[in-house]
Write a new protein. Structure first.
Length: 145
């Protein structure tokens, strides 16, 4: 058996440690696309949110501008109303009314009659209308000659 053993040793290659094979390469293109979908989706949602904020701010600014114009119009109308109230108050003064009446040659009444106060919560009695009594038609016989 020593010959057999010598023969196998002669024919057997030296047992060296074989170099380690590098790991098999995998196709990662599909995996990276799957990985990018959430990232792209997140960026898209972020962009849409920013656009919504910009649109909201634009609408808010336009409404604020309208409110400013309405406020200016309100201030102008309030001023106009105040001037009108002052003008009416000046026209209602007794001295002006008296001078206007004298220029129209109006005179003071000799007697002023105060009307009695009537309660508005108490109903008035119904009005009775008294009509004229019907007259008999005049006969036209014999008066035409």
């Amino acid at each position: 058996m020593s010959q057999v053993a010598a023969r196998t040793r002669a024919t057997a290659p030296n047992r060296r440690v074989a170099p380690a094979r590098p790991p098999r390469l995998k196709d990662v293109s599909k995996r990276s696309k799957r990985r990018r979908v959430p990232e792209v989706l997140a960026v898209g949602v972020l962009v849409l949110a920013l656009i919504a904020i910009v649109v909201g701010q634009t609408v808010l600014a336009q409404d604020q501008l309208k409110l400013g114009h309405l406020n200016n119009a309100l201030v102008a109308e309030t001023s106009k109303h105040g001037q009108t109230v002052l003008r009416v108050a000046a026209l209602e003064t007794p001295s002006r009314i008296s001078s206007e009446a004298s220029s129209l040659q109006l005179v003071q009444p000799k007697k002023v009659l105060q009307l009695p106060m009537v309660s508005l919560s108490t109903p008035l009695p119904p009005i009775q209308i008294v009509g004229a009594t019907p007259q008999a038609p005049a006969s036209s016989e014999g008066s035409t000659q």
